[in-house]
Structure formats: structure tokens, C-alpha cells
Design a binder for this molecule. Structure first.
Ligand code: FRU
Length: 491
């Protein structure tokens, strides 16, 4: 039977389990995507680094396992750097680029223990050697993981951000050669500390306003406390080569990057060429709360659409916004447009719970992009129902009484651990005209507002035959809106 849930254009491994993206780096025209992988099964275990490359972030070439587990350690999350100056000494002939992976080795003895380890490649990531001197940073902790390493130009040395999950801290270390590491400082506890912290990333980027200094964004995932269970929070501030300082005050619960259930462990691509206008990351489109129960085979787990992220200027200070990777437009087929749609929900039927609906007709809503510009609406609630079929639909809605954007998967088909994870997640929304961009790909819904202010990502498992799309409004009208829908083809 064809696999109805396998995404057409989101990244999946050919078979078996995946979780976090690892080691994302661009080198010589190739985007490398490594990922947490169980080569032997569709449950978490035997953690190793899988590998794929792409020249456009759309077409992926699957490569052999890059870094397998061994008798001593499992290979947990981490990053890859290009050691341009061969500081590590792992390089071969002069001018031959050496990639160095810095990952967490999780000891396979019952008492565990995690330290940071190295592997290197002198053939553009095709084959990897583990460093004989591993681990390079072991401070005797059971949990100490997910190193993100980058070259810090002002201090001309490598900097590592790595988490101490139970302490809700990101620790910073520096090294001249990737082998010897010196502790610099710790950040946290801060923001959401209800669950352990994982997978830090630290990125310098332009402020939302050109007259403002650049900022550093520290992203760290939390295992609990996010509205979708697990999720990413960010701190925005400054990194002086030694210490990260958040601009006070942040919200009590951290600044969520994505308010849905299924965006975790995001990592940004290192060394992107200048043609990129903004940093790009992908997250694991899943949730540790139920990832092992998703109804897919022989694969399990996918990455989100690659997303550009940027700082937006808001009255409360800079905030992270996201938009889908613009290159996705290459997958668009012929658009269908509705240049003027209004939804009129009269006062007469306001009391009976009925809604005004517009069915978009014969659309195959399994792999599409929708862009809906709403310039005037007084409805208390309006939105889209996607993947509609008998008894099924998923709502991407706007509730103006509370100014939130939401995805509701209460009627979306199979939901793993339904009692806990059906229902809706929501993100605060600015007032005024609104652009919604919705991406559907077999088992996922990603929604972005045009200004990047709100993003939600949720997995859904509807019947394959549930393909319809409707617009709806109640408690008033949508007076002016324009809609475009593109089918998105398999790359
Ligand atoms: C996050 C995570 C990381 C760890 C990896 C193990 O999803 O738990 O902290 O390195 O997955 O697979």
C-alpha cells in the first residue's frame, strides 16, 4: 500500500527512526543534513548520525550512515564546523578542507555519562574518522550534551554552547583547536525551566531595525512547559565571546519560536553563503511525548520545512520571526486564485452556532501552499478547514475575540496519545490586516503569519481521501480577502 503519510517534500529518512537535525553546514554548494538516526529500527535507539546532502534544500541525496554508534558510545546530537585553518590538525594536504563533527558521546554502560567527542572528514563529509583522543570534554556528568560549535572571529577561537539539561543551563566553552576546551560561563536558569533543556544554538543576526546593533539569539529546547509539550524558546541579547546576556526582561515562560506541538531541536545551517538573506534552520517535526507512536512505516520522523528566521522590531523589543525557506516556491504548480472572497455571516444565524462556509471545490489539499490575505474582517472567528473529509477536518483559525492564531486537530484523524494531544494550540496575533501562509504535506500543517509574528507546526494523520479545503467565518464577516493556492509537487 502506498505510504499516505510520507511527506512529499519534507525530509524523511528512507527507513527507520530519526530525531534531531545535526551538523547542518553548507560546503562547496552542498547543504549537509545529518540527523539522529536508529539504523536498525523505527524506535529511538542505537543513536548514530544519518546523512543527506542537497544543492537546493529541496532534493536530498541520501548518503551512507556518517557516524555510527560503537561499543563505547552512542552518537547524540551536535554540530559540524569547517576547520579552515586546520587548527585541529585533522586536515590533510594544505588547502584540503576538513570538516569536524563535535557531538555528544553517550556512554553505553548502565550508569551512562555524556561527554563531547570529535570525528572528522577530509572528503566533503563522505567518510568520517572518530578522533582517537575522545572524549575531548568530559566533566563527569550523566547529562551534558548537544554541543553547538562556531568560530568566534573577534576572539579568534572556537566557542561551544552545550547544555546541562537538569540545571537549565547553557554552558559556554572556548578552544583554540577543538580538542582542549576552557569553561567560559553559564547562562540560566531562565525562561521556561519546567522541563530539561536540550539542543542549544547561538546565532548572531541583524536587529529588526537597521539603526540598532546586531543581536545574538540563544535558542534552547525545553522538554515541558511549552504549550505543545516540548518546544523551542529563545533568549535575545548579546554574546561578548565569553558570556551571553539576555536583554531583560523576557517573558516568564521564554519566547516560543513556534507554538505548535511539532517543532523541536532546531539547528541553523553553518557557513551559509552570502546569497542567503537570513539564517536558515530546520527542526525535528515531532514531539518526544508521542513520536514513537506516530502511525508511519517504514519511516518514522520528519524535518520541518527549512525556515528563514530573523529579528522583528516590536514595542516590547526584538522578537524572532520565521518564514518558510523561499526556495520552496520552486515546487509550486499553477496557482488557483480567488482575488476577492468575502464571507458573510449574518446576524440572523449568529445565535445558532452555524457558520458561513466557502468550499474551494476540487482541490487536492494533501500537498499545497495557501496564502490568504485578509484586509478587513469583523468576524469573531474565521479561518481555514483543511484536509476535510467525512467527519474530518483540521482548523487553521483566527480568534479575534482573543487575538490568537490556532491549529485545532481535534478532528484530524489519528492522533497519537489522543486524550492528551488532540485539541488546539494557539499563538498570540497582532491586530490588523493579516496574511496567513499555510503549508500542507501529507501529515503536517505549518502556518506562518506574513510578518513572521506567529508560527505553528502540527502533525496530523487524516484519511488519504480527506483532501478538501474550506473557508469559514462566524460571529461576523470577512469583508475583503484574497486567496491563492498552489499545489506543491514532489521535488
Ligand atoms: C533531543 C535529544 C538530544 C540528544 C538526542 C538523542 O531530541 O534528546 O538532547 O542529544 O535527542 O537522540
Amino acid at each position: 500500500m502506498p505510504d499516505a503519510y510520507r511527506p512529499l517534500w519534507h525530509f524523511t529518512a528512507p527507513t527507520n527512526w530519526i530525531n534531531d537535525p545535526n551538523g547542518l553546514i553548507w560546503l562547496d554548494g552542498e547543504y549537509h543534513l545529518f540527523y539522529q538516526h536508529n539504523p536498525f529500527g523505527d524506535q529511538w535507539g542505537h543513536m548514530s548520525w544519518g546523512h543527506a546532502v542537497s544543492t537546493d534544500l529541496l532534493h536530498w541525496q541520501h548518503l551512507p550512515l556518517a557516524i555510527p554508534e560503537d561499543e563505547r558510545v552512542s552518537i547524540y546530537s551536535g554540530s559540524v564546523v569547517l576547520d579552515v585553518h586546520n587548527t585541529s590538525g585533522f586536515g590533510g594536504a594544505p588547502g584540503q578542507p576538513v570538516l569536524v563533527a563535535i557531538y555528544t558521546g553517550c556512554k553505553r554502560v548502565p550508569e551512562g555519562g555524556q561527554g563531547q567527542e570529535l570525528a572528522y572528514s577530509t572528503d566533503r563529509g563522505r567518510t568520517w574518522q572518530k578522533y582517537a583522543g575522545n572524549p575531548v570534554l568530559d566533566i563527569g556528568l550523566r547529562d551534558f550534551r548537544d554541543p553547538k560549535v562556531f568560530w568566534h572571529e573577534p576572539t579568534a577561537r572556537w566557542v561551544m554552547a552545550v547544555v546541562r539539561p537538569d540545571d537549565h543551563q547553557v554552558s559556554f566553552y572556548a578552544s583554540p583547536n577543538l580538542k582542549q576546551w576552557q569553561h567560559l560561563s553559564d547562562f540560566g536558569p531562565a525562561g521556561e525551566v519546567g522541563g530539561i533543556w536540550e539542543c542549544p544554538d547561538l546565532i548572531e543576526m541583524p536587529a529588526g531595525r537597521t539603526d540598532e546593533p546586531r543581536r545574538w539569539v540563544l535558542k534552547v529546547d525545553t522538554f515541558a512547559g511549552h504549550p505543545g509539550g516540548t518546544g523551542a524558546q529563545v533568549f535575545i541579547g548579546h554574546f561578548d565571546g565569553e558570556r551571553f546576556t539576555a536583554e531583560a526582561p523576557t517573558e516568564p515562560h521564554g519566547l516560543w519560536v513556534d507554538h505548535g506541538c511539532d517543532f523541536y531541536a532546531a539547528l541553523s545551517w553553518a557557513d551559509l553563503p552570502a546569497t542567503h538573506g537570513a539564517p536558515v534552520w530546520v527542526g525535528w517535526m515531532n514531539n518526544h511525548a508521542y513520536a514513537k507512536h506516530t502511525p508511519t512505516a517504514p519511516w518514522r520522523g520528519a524535518m520541518t520545512v527549512p525556515r528563514e528566521f530573523f529579528l522583528r522590531d516590536t514595542p516590547r523589543g526584538p522578537r524572532v520571526g520565521q518564514r518558510p525557506w523561499p526556495g520552496l516556491a520552486a515546487l509550486r504548480g499553477a496557482p488557483r486564485t480567488w482575488p476577492q472572497i468575502s464571507l458573510n455571516h449574518t446576524a440572523d444565524d449568529a445565535g445558532d452556532g452555524s457558520v458561513q462556509e466557502v468550499d474551494l471545490g476540487a482541490l487536492d489539499g494533501r500537498s499545497i501552499e495557501l496564502q490568504w490575505d485578509i484586509s478587513a474582517a469583523d468576524a469573531t472567528q474565521f479561518g481555514l478547514r483543511v484536509r476535510c473529509g467525512p467527519g474530518q477536518h483540521t482548523v487553521v483559525g483566527v480568534d479575534r475575540s482573543r487575538n490568537v492564531l490556532f491549529i485545532d486537530r481535534s478532528n484530524s484523524g489519528a492522533v497519537p496519545d489522543e486524550a492528551r494531544w488532540a485539541g488546539a494550540r494557539e499563538a498570540p496575533l497582532p491586530t490588523g490586516p493579516l496574511r496567513l501562509r499555510v503549508l500542507l504535506d501529507r501529515c503536517s500543517v505549518e502556518v506562518f503569519t506574513g510578518d513572521g509574528a506567529a508560527t505553528l507546526t502540527e502533525l496530523i494523520f487524516p484519511d488519504d481521501a480527506s483532501r478538501g479545503v474550506q473557508l469559514y467565518a462566524h460571529g461576523g464577516n470577512v469583508r475583503h480577502s484574497a486567496l491563492t493556492v498552489w499545489p506543491l509537487a514532489q521535488p
